[in-house]
Design a protein around this ligand. Sequence first.
Ligand SMILES: [Zn+2]
Length: 442
Amino acid sequence: MTTPWESIHPEALTHLQNLIRLNTVNPPGNEQIAVDYLAALLKKEGIDYQIVTAAPGRSNLVARISSGTSEGPLLLSSHLDVVPVEEKKWKYPPFEARIEEGYVWGRGAIDMKQMAVYSLMTFLLIKRLGLKLKRDLIWAAVADEEVGCDLGSKFLVEQHPDLIRAEYALNEVGGFTVHSGQKRFYPIQVAEKGFVWLKITAHGEAGHASMPHGESAIVKLAQMIDKLHKKFLPRHLHPVAEGFILALASGHGFPVSPILKGIVNPYGDLILKILPDREAAKFFIATLHNTACPTIVSGGHKINVIPSEATVLVDGRILPGQIPETFVREVQNLIGDGYTVEVIKQAPPQETPVDTPLFQLLKEVLEERDPGSVAIPYLITGFTDASFYQRLGIKTYGFSPIKLPPDLVFSKLYHNHNERIPVEGFQWGLETFFAAVRRFCL
Ligand SMILES: [Zn+2]
């Protein structure tokens, strides 16, 4: 049976608008309202689901269509929380989901209520079309991704692993159009950095502030932060990052192509220091190095007293293949003696192989749906729910397709003012997502 897209598209658009209108800014999250909305739709069509509540108002929904076979299941994952907004900076109100200028505007439009709708419509379509699956299809609509996953994917992995255990998962950040020169690419996320949050303490000599001295902990802290800001940690060229940058280069001619190619060479850090496009440089630096970004400083308690200690919290991010111990050593080598470095929280990087049938299928589907484009593996600098799914051995890819016009850059919409999704790009994404899931599960 063919898919009735002419009636599915308006239905999907309405669900996207309704989900954006349900405010799930985290904190506090309140994902329960979105879970209730989705559960009512599943119930009406006779699809099995469970609601697993981690804390008041913080629910997760897990739905399943069983196949009756022992083939490894496919998990679809979408977090339902969104990041806060600065309402005054938006062109259209962030929770009204208005359709203007060919876009749906609103918080969560691309991160990632659109994928919740892709997953919902995929479940409804499989049920309505009476499709018989060869592997179980699971959908986890989870809470709390934006502040560390404790009440969402981490909670499910630790407390209810059997509900979501799967061979593969499709998750966020991938499948969107990247225009590079003359070419179009579709990154499929296969790797993400982990985090290692540090507390670094500077030690000095106390004293009366009427007689400043060079051993002040505050001054030492400032000098150390300056070093963290000015110098790169050692470079670690990951094959996925290298392949991605070389692919971007292939879309360009002189002089952009040789510059991009130069970035992956051993002297590439020199290029990164002077690259005029600082927005691009920021991405390349984070893709090729572990990073240590100071975010919270504290020290001192009285204006006329030089304190003997001052601290900074540092958001460290490590590449796949790196471990916290070597990262701490890199930081210590860069800042020098006189500081105590402690790890306060960490999550490992994650990496999924690309030589799997599912990766190949996702690549084929994307390239078919946008002829002439090329789908390539992608490493992201942030972390997602994938970091917890990997604890259950679930091979997770970032595949949340959206077709974007050349003037719209995905990374600039992410967590930013005026988050929006092109209506056409959303519809293209839904059809692409459904095609991939259908081909893999049927
Ligand atoms: Zn997200």
